[in-house]
Design a protein around this ligand. Structure first.
Ligand code: AMP
Length: 402
């Protein structure tokens, strides 16, 4: 593709300037597919993860539509709404849209939990073009009468599957009911579990469906394996994995906060420096742990799924799932933390006999067989851990392009 492909979209001058400022020369596959239908007013269902260029894929048509609108947004209202599951993502979206707007005078306001309400309330009082929000604080401001959405005609729901993981589906539906009835909607999700498909069916009208992998033809290379072992052997096996010199940075997932703390304690008893991040840790303790991890001062970070959302560390060589997740889709998010930037990643999941059902769920969602062929009988699974964790059976490496 060439530069002229962006010009083929007929974007207005400020957006062309914005693209130049962002340094985007040619559209990514998701942009090439998703921009034209949205410019034509269609709803969009995008299967895409972060890294594909999805922000500009919904941002450019949105900015184009806003620039064509006359007058000013009404007080206490927003012309466009972007909902994101986390603060970090919302901030990133605001930055990207700010750059892409290329100096056009559009009012962009963030509404996020954990930040002072006053400034956000003042920000929306005069009316804004784009509101970028997390669902909790947005609901709070609507219910307090600071914001109405009946004039909001452009709606984007980003990372719908994470919204689901974080329990935001009902708040999202309640917010959507307040929007203008003839709005245009784009919904993005990395995975499409039934609950997200159901949400999409309720929010989108005759959507165009587009799907994309990462830009630059970089296929994510992740070698996945599942190791069957009794729960009691997980500790020693983890210690063995993370001391392998192949491991540069290892992100370890535990299902619960207490579980994460226990894994860190055990590692430290085994002489391995590690830190945990989860919802019970103070924000500054989490940030310190993240900084130490991304700087390589500690090589092992143990996280719960929700805490792991905010992590943007590029060079994670290994992802270890100490426990299999409650929701099978979470498995996909977890392994996606390694193998970034074209580097190879290793994803290892531990599975105790009592987790066999979870493993089957993961296999259903990923449509691949992960367990060794003789795995279904828990007795077998228990036996081959018995020779010591170092000898626990590993299925042959499988390469997945995710
Ligand atoms: P996103 O998936 O929107 O988070 O974007 C992922 C990364 O790709 C960001 O760093 C963007 O700046 C970058 N990006 C998005 N679109 C393009 C493009 N057309 N050309 C080059 N880089 C891009």
């Amino acid at each position: 593709m060439t530069t002229s492909d962006f010009s083929a979209f007929g974007l207005s001058a400020p957006l062309t300037a914005g693209l130049a400022r962002a340094g985007f020369e040619a559209p990514t596959p998701i942009q090439a597919q998703a921009i034209p239908p949205q410019m034509a007013g269609r709803d969009l269902l995008g299967i895409a993860q972060t890294g594909t260029g999805k922000t500009a894929a919904f941002g450019l048509p949105m900015l184009q539509a806003l620039l064509a609108m006359k007058g000013r947004p009404a007080p206490h209202s927003a012309r466009a709404l972007v909902l994101a599951p986390t603060r970090e993502l919302a901030v990133q979206i605001a930055e990207t849209l700010g750059v892409l707007s290329g100096g056009a005078r559009l009012a962009i306001q963030l509404v996020l939990g954990g930040m002072p309400r006053g400034a956000q309330i003042r920000g929306i009082a005069r009316g804004v073009d784009i509101l970028i929000a997390t669902p909790g604080r947005l609901t709070d401001l609507i219910e307090a009468g600071h914001l109405r959405l009946d004039e909001t005609c452009i709606f984007v729901l980003d990372e719908a599957d994470r919204m689901l993981d974080l329990g935001f589906i009902r708040p999202v539906q309640a917010i959507a009911r307040r929007l203008h009835p003839r709005r245009r909607t784009a919904l993005f999700s990395a995975t499409m579990p039934d609950a997200v498909a159901g949400l999409a069916a309720g929010l989108l009208r005759d959507p165009v469906r587009v799907e994309a992998s990462r830009p630059g033809q970089v296929v994510q290379k992740i070698t996945q394996s599942v190791e069957l072992m009794p729960a009691a052997h997980k500790r020693a096996r983890l210690a063995q994995i993370v001391t392998d010199p192949e491991v540069t940075l290892a992100l370890v997932f535990a299902r619960t906060k207490r579980g994460a703390d226990r894994v860190v304690q055990n590692l430290s008893r085994d002489g391995i420096d590690a830190a945990a991040i989860h919802g019970n840790k103070a924000q500054n303790a989490r940030q310190r742990a993240l900084k130490d991890f991304s700087a390589g001062r500690i090589r092992v970070l143990v996280a719960t799924d929700i805490a792991a959302r905010g992590i943007d560390v590029r060079d994670i060589s290994h992802v270890v799932q100490y426990d299999l997740p409650d929701e099978p889709e979470t498995y996909v998010h977890r392994i996606g933390r390694t193998g970034r930037n074209g580097a190879e990643g290793r994803a290892i999941a531990f599975c105790a006999p009592e987790e066999m059902d979870r493993l089957r769920g993961v296999e259903r969602v990923t449509r691949q067989r992960l367990a060794p062929a003789d795995a279904p009988r828990p007795a077998t699974a228990a036996r081959h851990g018995a020779g010591g964790p170092g000898r626990s059976r590993r299925r042959p490496a499988r390469r997945a392009a995710a």
